[in-house]
Design a protein around this ligand. Sequence first.
Ligand code: CP
Ligand code: NVA
Length: 321
Amino acid sequence: MKTMKMTAAPMLGGKDFLSLGAFQPDEIFFLLEEAMEMKAMQKSGIPHPYLQGKLLGMIFEKASTRTRVSFQVAMKQLGGDAIYLNKHDIQLGRGETIEDTAKVLSRYVDGLMVRTYGHDLLVRFAASADVPVINGLTDLHHPAQVLADLLTIYEKKGGFSGLKLAYVGDGNNNMCHSLLEGAALVGMDIAVANPEGYAPDPDVLENARRIAAATGSRIICTTSPEEAVDGADVVVTDVWASMGQEAERDVRLNVFRPYQVNAALCARAKTDFLFLHCLPAHRGEEVAAEIIDGPHSVVFDEAENRVHAQKAILKALLGKN
Ligand code: CP
Ligand code: NVA
């Protein structure tokens, strides 16, 4: 098992957090270690106001329960505060440019979290912002969620090496993409099973393979859910129609039906497998109730870990280095 202890803290102050693939393995292990330390402090009632007086602006172009609340809670627990900005309530929704919005908001707050559609929009926003920008989900990546997933796996399994994660469902999906990069970074094997035509983005896959070549992680891409789940330590899925894909929902329900994570499929996993889902979930679609509500499911620990993982991100980017 790889130790999480590091000799020196990596310099992350002022950086953006747009995708996991932009980080080094040591930086990810550092964030996980920080998350665990602050989680222990929170559980023991020890204050840790590393971001006293700091403000996070949060722009949402899509709905959110977990991301919105967990970032706000994280900032409060760190001694700072967060401002919720629905895109449609600010001038951005009436055509003010991304660039002007990023420049103006940078004069008011110490960091910005953005949930939007195209990843290119987030990259443009970050290029104009003068404060760190955090990805709160784009169509391409969901890195804050996957940092929480890695934290959950680490806590439950005690490490990553020798583990196999199986992702079953839509491969061309923000969760799948961030899991590919995240697993590669921590040296965990990952198998992705998706229907024909729903494979991961080739650039993301290439980046994950480049990282995996250095860390020793193995990446398997298949159309067979059985092959992916065979011997898996962790089984993950996500919705079949992500936000923005509502019009494709009926087509997708048919295409993805053989990819449901259910007891028959999970019988192929290790007997102590974990089930993860970023939520919201659709019982009876991508996952059967017997799995998400069953003894292997850790989805609510995973949701809680959003707060702890994000505190590590916020402290590293917005705090003193
Ligand atoms: N998992 C996740 O990001 O949930 P929300 O859409 O509720 O933020
Ligand atoms: N893939 C899902 C994740 C939701 C947290 C979506 O983008 O809607």
